[in-house]
Design a binder for this molecule. Structure first.
Ligand SMILES: O=C(O)CCC(=O)C(=O)O
Ligand SMILES: [Fe+2]
Length: 204
């Protein structure tokens, strides 16, 4: 009988059974590169508390965010409008890596810092109107490994994957139309995780 551990998976893994395409490439950086990027991102990015308006009240989330791009894009997220800061050399290198591996291009990046497992992100899809329709979204993870979940909007099927440090996940095609995704909170994780999602903003 084959044990799970006898076989190395063939990357990229194709995660969704239908209605969209998600490819998991596993680790695309060495341990040293991942550690270096994690230190840079954790210490050098001007992190801000995310703001949301809930029942008319302004809430500051514990999770921190930052927003970068090739120009000062206006981007509405959680009902607030933000302006992108210009790429740093390190973010440009990360963007280039995502572009090489995925064969797609990106012009902006949303960064999230989760201090520990108590912080997560609720089910949503990334179909904001200023994002390119059916454009690819490239998700890089550095730091703590966390579970990431997809749920089909109508059939409620679920797909889960553990996102390793230095790993790349690509969501594309009709994924955002049919699937929600979430980063569930967990008591098991005590250390920070940084996630970068490279996206394409389209201006009218
Ligand atoms: O932290 C993650 O892995 C996902 C972040 C996410 O879904 C988003 O920023 O839209
Ligand atoms: Fe998302």
């Amino acid at each position: 009988m084959l044990s799970l551990f006898d076989e190395t998976p063939d990357y990229p893994l194709s995660l969704l059974p239908h209605d969209g395409t998600v490819h998991y490439y596993g680790k695309v950086f060495t341990k040293e590169e991942s550690d270096g990027y994690y230190d840079y991102l954790f210490n050098q990015i001007p992190w801000e508390n995310d703001e949301a308006v809930i029942f008319g009240k302004l809430i500051l989330t514990k999770r921190k965010v930052a927003w970068f791009g090739e120009k000062a894009f206006e981007y509405t997220y959680s009902n607030r409008t933000k302006y992108a800061k210009f790429w740093t050399p390190e973010l440009l290198k990360l963007k280039q890596k995502c572009e090489e591996v995925s064969g797609e291009t990106y012009n902006s990046c949303l960064l999230n810092l989760y201090h520990d497992g108590s912080e997560g992100m609720a089910y949503h899809s990334d179909g904001e109107t200023d994002l390119k329709k059916h454009g690819a979204i490239a998700s890089l993870t550095f730091g703590a490994e966390r579970k990431f979940l997809f749920k089909h909007k109508s059939t409620k099927e679920k797909v889960e994957i553990f996102l390793e440090t230095g790993s790349l996940l690509i969501m594309k095609g009709a994924t955002q139309d049919h699937w929600l995704h979430r980063l569930p909170p967990t008591t098991k994780v005590k250390t920070p995780r940084v996630n970068l999602t490279f996206r394409t903003i389209e201006e009218e």
